[in-house]
Design a protein around this ligand. Structure first.
Ligand SMILES: Nc1nc2c(ncn2[C@@H]2O[C@H](COP(=O)(O)OP(=O)(O)OP(=O)(O)O)[C@@H](O)[C@H]2O)c(=O)[nH]1
Ligand SMILES: [Mg+2]
Length: 402
């Protein structure tokens, strides 16, 4: 049996036919179109990677008549679905001996190690919320900006950020290299009129997309396009314990269209544990009711496993964090912390705050996914709109010449 451009082996054809005819309980040669997404999932795996179930449903409906789809059209839908995924589930052909495909993972790992990884974070939020401090805390190094000391007081302080500034660092751990770029932004909200204060930030994000697109479509494009696109925007929420400010809602509802937003409650040492929980719930409800989509987005969960991990994260967010670049000695060990009247708050201690949860998500579990979502959702949207706009402009120019 041949799908559009895909030739099926005997066992694959049998699997497709079997699943179709099992669903065709009336032996009528057609099945209810609503069953198609479930049958595709059955054949290609639980929730095939990269395959959007809504698109499968729409394509199936387009090939149906009065809610019924025929066998040949079902095969067409399967062909489309197969072309979009690498999970071929029950459609795989059993091999007679060892081929060696299990080494692909190792080959990819070696290549990736040689190339190194790039990850770009941006911190955004109202003035003085600890953005520059947290960035330093996150990477256990002064990746943001140098602390500086005042004349009279020799304690290092972090100066107010006055312009958007990106600093790149190469960090290496166990021979894995990460080129990390942190974009620190000036805090907003200082002015009486904060109208359009998000503009420079959104412009910066789009400029990076523009740069990447320029390289991507150039005739002599580089083998490796430097990636300066913002993969994650940490949005700082003031620890008021009440609700989000109108400016926060306005800012985030603009940002979520072009970047992955991870909201966090900063300076969590100023809230009790109970206050944090109530505040978090309030923020989640407010974001929901304003239709603001934060990372990880529910509709992008790729399979059941993703859904479990991400639901757990979504239920805990926004993380309530404490930042500090001061090291204290605790039982002879250097610990990042903040000394308060009530004792030392250990930044990385999960009983004290959720800094460790944030770091785990950004670096240990979701770094690649943040990059993938940036590429396939945010950059793709920018690319589509920009190229469409250019196409329209060219067509308009040609028409006016005629
Ligand atoms: N209590 C408390 N203070 C913090 C925390 N993080 C930072 N600070 C203090 O807050 C002040 C402002 O910190 P910055 O990191 O400069 O804040 P920022 O958001 O970068 O400020 P701008 O650049 O002006 O927008 C400094 O005095 C920090 O020491 C925290 O988690 N808890
Ligand atoms: Mg700052």
């Amino acid at each position: 049996m041949a799908f559009e451009g895909i030739r099926l082996s005997k066992s694959q054809s049998e699997a497709v036919s079997a699943v179709f005819f099992e669903a065709d309980t009336q032996n009528s040669g057609c099945i209810d179109v609503k069953l198609v997404p479930a049958l595709v999932r059955k054949l290609l795996g639980r929730q095939p990677h990269g395959l959007d179930p809504h698109i499968v449903r729409i394509k199936a409906e387009a090939s149906s008549t009065k809610g019924l789809i025929q066998f040949t059209d079902f095969v067409g839908v399967m062909a489309d679905a197969m072309a979009q995924t690498t999970n071929w589930g029950a459609l795989k052909t059993h091999v007679g001996g060892y081929v060696g495909i299990d080494t692909i993972q190792e080959q990819i790992r070696r290549k990736a190690l040689k190339k190194g990884f790039e990850f770009n974070i941006m911190v955004v939020g109202a003035s003085g919320l600890g953005k520059s401090t947290l960035v330093n805390t996150l990477f256990k190094a002064k990746v943001s900006r140098r602390s500086c000391a005042t004349e009279e007081d020799k304690t290092p302080i972090i100066p107010k950020t006055v312009q958007i500034k990106s600093v790149g660092h190469v960090i290496e751990e166990k021979s894995v290299r990460l080129k990390l770029t942190v974009t620190d932004t000036p805090g907003f909200g200082d002015h009486i009129n904060n109208e359009n204060c998000w503009l420079p930030i959104i412009e910066y994000i789009n400029e990076q997309y523009e740069k990447y697109l320029g390289e991507e479509i150039s005739v002599n494009r580089k083998r490796h396009i430097p990636d300066t696109r913002v993969h994650c925007c940490l949005y700082f929420i003031a620890p008021t314990g009440h609700s989000l400010k109108p400016l926060d809602l306005e800012f985030m509802s603009r940002l979520d269209k072009c970047v992955n937003i991870v909201p966090i409650i900063s300076k969590a040492d100023t809230l009790t544990v109970e206050e944090r929980q109530t505040f978090k719930k309030k923020i989640r409800d407010e974001l929901d009711s304003h239709g603001i989509s934060t990372y990880p987005m529910k509709h992008l969960d790729e399979d059941d496993e993703d859904m479990v991990v991400n639901t757990n994260l979504r239920d805990k967010m926004p993380f309530a964090v404490v930042g500090s670049d001061k090291v204290y000695q605790v039982s002879g060990k250097p610990i990042l912390g903040r000394r308060t009247n009530w004792g030392l708050i250990e930044v990385e201690n999960r009983a004290h705050c959720e800094f460790a949860n944030l770091r785990d998500m950004l670096i240990r579990s979701h770094m690649q996914d943040l990059k993938d979502v940036t590429e396939s959702i945010h950059y793709e949207k920018f690319r589509r709109e920009t190229l469409k706009g250019r196409e329209k402009a060219v067509n308009g120019l040609e028409e006016s010449r005629c």
